[in-house]
Design a protein around this ligand. Structure first.
Ligand code: SF4
Ligand SMILES: [Zn+2]
Length: 337
């Protein structure tokens, strides 16, 4: 059964002004220098495998070709090269990422993320001839997580899924299901396209993970939270194994100019807490929901006393997959639910 797109809170806001791909690109700053023969970064982090069960995941930020799409909030282009990914470069990057010892205190990674700042199923970004070698390199991992645009789910993912030893999971950006924001988002995709991509992945035995934007331009924090919860519910109904709430961040040019003119405010820590609690209470039980903690320390509405305990609570909720009482500290900050 296809999930239905739920309505917004009924505000009269008609949606932010849409810019063309060319205008979005014009708003960008310079790229960072990237060597296609070395990963941009490698780290280990804890992922949630099931409620209450954390697992160590090696995260490899691969250097390669820029995505041909131009989503309004995307900043991944900053660490990409301008031409196609050279053949042979990605296997070398994965090899060097696997040579790094596990992070102290976390244990040996059992999952791996291969994030290439573009679409893993695009041969310009991931040369088809390199897939067998990459698959061999990651053979020992229980789960391999890659990303692609929902409309680019294709047979290369089925081939890759069949060649790795573990389970393949594909991260898909849903972002929002509110129709007012789709033109602005410039993702060239509808929620139906997203649901169709999930169907296709399920048919080939591949798990889906959804990325949902927390924080949209032109609306208040409460409505942003509500829309993130709506999108999380939609993704869960579409069959995703995991929904990750990603606070919208600046840094790509366009979002910064919205922020500079008062048309976008990054969500506060209290709103992020409310979104995680709301999404956890709203999605079907078998779908995991987490809040991406990568930008937590930069969020507004926290002080030096409450930042760490509030972050720790979010990490505990991510792992436990259940609501936990808010930090009781009386520091003067407004805490979320
Ligand atoms: S599809 Fe992904 S990588 Fe490409 S522009 Fe959109 S968010 Fe960025
Ligand atoms: Zn505080």
């Amino acid at each position: 059964m296809r999930p239905s797109v739920v309505g917004s809170s009924g505000s009269l806001f008609a949606g932010p002004v849409m810019l063309s791909s060319a205008a979005l690109r014009q708003a960008r700053g310079p790229k960072e220098p990237v060597d296609p023969w070395r990963p941009v970064a490698v780290c280990d982090e804890e992922e949630v495998a099931a409620p209450g069960r954390g697992i160590v995941c090696r995260v490899v930020f691969l250097a390669g070709a820029e995505c041909s799409l131009t989503c309004a909030m995307c900043d991944l282009w900053r660490q990409t090269i301008s031409g196609p990914t050279p053949a042979g470069a990605l296997p070398l990057q994965v090899e060097s990422a696997l040579a790094i010892p596990p992070a102290p205190g976390l244990g040996v990674p059992q999952w791996i993320k291969l994030y290439n700042a573009s679409n893993f199923s695009d041969p310009r970004a991931v040369p088809t001839a390199d897939l067998p070698r990459i698959a061999t390199l990651v053979h020992g991992f229980e789960r391999v997580i890659v990303e692609t645009h929902p409309r680019l789910v294709n047979d290369s993912l089925a081939l890759f899924a069949g060649a790795i030893g573990g389970r393949l999971e594909v991260g898909l950006g849903l972002e929002t299901v509110d129709a007012r924001f789709l033109p602005w988002l410039n993702k060239q995709m509808t929620p139906d396209d997203f649901a169709a991509a999930c169907d296709r992945l399920r048919a080939i035995g591949v798990d889906a993970r959804a990325f949902v934007l927390l924080g949209l331009p032109g609306i208040c924090a409460e409505e942003s939270v509500e829309l993130a919860v709506d999108a999380a519910r939609f993704a869960a109904q579409a069959g995703c194994r995991h929904v990750s709430l990603i606070p919208t961040r600046g840094g790509n040019g366009h979002v910064d100019s919205l922020a500079a003119t008062g048309r976008f405010t990054p969500v506060s820590a209290a709103a992020a807490e409310a979104a995680l609690a709301g999404a956890m209470g709203s999605v079907v039980a078998r779908c995991l929901v987490t809040l991406d903690p990568w930008g937590w320390d930069q969020m507004s509405g926290q002080c030096d006393d409450c930042r760490a305990p509030r972050r720790a609570r979010i990490e505990r909720m991510n792992r436990a997959q259940q609501w936990l009482p808010p930090c009781p500290l009386q520091c003067g900050c407004r805490h979320g639910v």
